[in-house]
Design a binder for this molecule. Structure first.
Ligand code: ATP
Length: 488
């Protein structure tokens, strides 16, 4: 039976093998920021590729986009983030640690949505029986207060014309802002989606659990535009498609579930929202959000129509976002600049949007946790990552059994040939058993060893990571053999 990984096991393997390091470690580290090392960067590339292939390349109804991180500040006014993107926090008077109030609940609600600042101010929270997660003191909290999550920065060299911008807290708004561009320049017709993968930034209050919640992270988001009356059908379609994506990449079904948001929990614009949850090995709740799928109705495009109408006011207001009111909605908003004309039905409307929103880092963590295993082999512990082949950072490692008798040269030639097709690794140092163990920990599905017999019959051993089974394969059949096994 597969071993259930503890977070410490994962963190230590990631450090030891060069998957993930603490950011700025030589300066003592920067909280909740992480760097991906040589194996981690390959894992992350594979997660991105698997998402992109599945969501964009293999579909005829989705196109891709890559927007800038810095965007016009009114985008965040229209989207609601400038006014509403906050967490409700309380500070422990004893140790000064700030905690999200929803994380102080008896049953930790990891999944609570970020809230509006007005709601936060109005919220009456009784924290008298709550324990500080840091110093364990009970009931010594300040009044709950809102904490803005967007990072601010200044654009422009001159004081006079510099303006406050925000590092985007989600990639979705860049898609809405380009809806018309994509519509006008491609052949897409509704229903269709626009997909994007990119960095997002949130000044999270509670960061925890390694790369689960960080202040800089990568999102993979799809905005799927559809006719309003078809939204429920597409919502169900994307729920199923996204769940299957995780299981097809090897996540065990018993570690995944849907959690449908209840009415009171829904963001005001959302008609429905479901989290794909994974049974992460930390936190008191275990089940935590891996991805959110929401029916956002026509809210965002309508809001951006209001945003565009606010532009003049914004210039008059000296580009100050803090005091400006968003313009009201035009009476004929259904035929506004972000509306869609259906030329078959001869009708114009603002499309509804289904949004599956995944985290690349959070998915990578789930894949690491799920793949982690330990087993006893001849009295020794073997640590391994049973990655799906598509996710494995290195697909094939090539070794000479020993360096002499021409074995190293033959192994190098094989490696030089195979690396044109897959990500490969060559290793000739140390005992071959140890080299196998290193690759098991890296999650490499196949190791090839050139030995004394290779010179005689042109065969090598191909060792499979999970079963440790070894077969002899002729060198001229090697590429086909691996292609077939790896399905690449
Ligand atoms: P949470 O409740 O965990 O804060 P959220 O509901 O605010 O998440 P969304 O805004 O729906 O998250 O973002 C979509 C996805 O982006 C999440 O499901 C997650 O995979 C990823 N994500 C969001 N915030 C972070 C973060 N701080 N660090 C890493 N990944 C994140």
């Amino acid at each position: 039976m597969a071993k259930i990984a503890k977070l410490d096991d994962i963190v230590s393997l990631c450090k030891r093998r060069g998957f993930i390091f603490q950011s700025s470690e030589i300066y003592g580290g920067l909280a909740s920021c992480y760097d991906y090392g040589p194996l981690g960067v390959e894992l992350k590339r594979n997660v991105r590729k698997a998402w992109w292939d599945n969501t964009v390349q293999l579909r005829d109804d989705v196109v891709g986009l890559d927007c800038s991180i810095l965007m016009h500040p009114l985008i965040w006014k229209a989207s609601g983030h400038a006014d509403k993107f906050a967490d409700l926090i309380a500070e422990c008077k004893k140790c000064n640690t700030r905690t999200r109030v929803d994380h102080l609940a008896d049953h930790v609600e990891e999944h609570t949505e970020h809230i509006s600042i007005d709601t936060a101010m109005a919220a009456q929270q009784d924290l008298s029986s709550k324990e500080c997660p840091n110093c364990k003191t009970v009931g010594k909290f300040t009044e709950p207060m809102p904490f803005k999550l967007m990072f601010e920065t200044q654009m422009g060299a001159n004081v006079d014309d510099s303006m406050t911008l925000y590092l985007r807290p989600e990639t979705a708004q860049g898609i809405f802002a380009n809806f018309k561009n994509v519509l006008d320049t491609t052949r897409v017709r509704i229903p269709f989606g626009i997909a994007q993968i990119g960095k997002s930034f949130r000044n999270e209050v509670t960061t925890k659990a390694f790369i689960f919640r960080t202040r800089e992270f990568e999102q993979a988001e799809l905005e799927f535009f559809c006719k309003p009356s078809t939204d429920e059908k597409w919502y169900e379609h994307w729920k199923e498609a996204r769940f299957n994506w995780y299981t097809e990449l090897g996540l065990k079904k018993e570690n995944l579930r849907f959690r449908e948001h209840e009415r009171g929990e829904l963001a005001h614009y959302a008609k429905a929202c479901v989290d794909v949850e994974y049974k992460f090995p930390f936190g008191s709740g275990d089940w935590q959000e891996l991805e959110g799928i929401a029916n956002r109705t026509d809210y965002d495009l309508r809001q951006h129509q209001r945003g565009i109408r606010t532009l003049n006011k914004w210039f008059e207001n000296n580009k100050d976002l803090t005091t400006i009111e968003l313009a009201g909605e035009a009476e004929d908003y259904q035929s506004g600049p972000l509306s869609y004309f259906d030329d078959e039905q001869k009708e114009r409307y603002i499309p509804y949007v289904i949004e599956p929103s995944a985290g690349i880092d959070r998915s990578a963590l789930a894949f690491l946790v799920d793949a982690y295993d330990e087993e006893e082999v001849r009295g020794e512990t073997r640590n391994l990552l049973r990655f799906h082949h598509a996710l494995a950072p290195i697909k094939v490692a090539v070794f000479p059994l020993v360096k002499r008798d021409g074995m190293a040269e033959t192994a190098r030639n094989i490696y030089d040939d195979l690396k044109k097709h897959f990500n490969c690794f060559y290793d000739e140092k140390g005992a071959v058993g140890r080299r196998y163990r290193r690759q098991d920990e890296a999650g490499t599905p196949f190791c090839i060893t050139v030995d004394g017999q290779t010179k005689e019959d042109n065969t090598v051993t191909v060792r499979q990571r999970d079963s440790m089974e070894q077969v002899r394969v002729s060198t001229n059949q090697l590429l086909n053999h691996l292609r077939e096994k790896l399905n690449m």
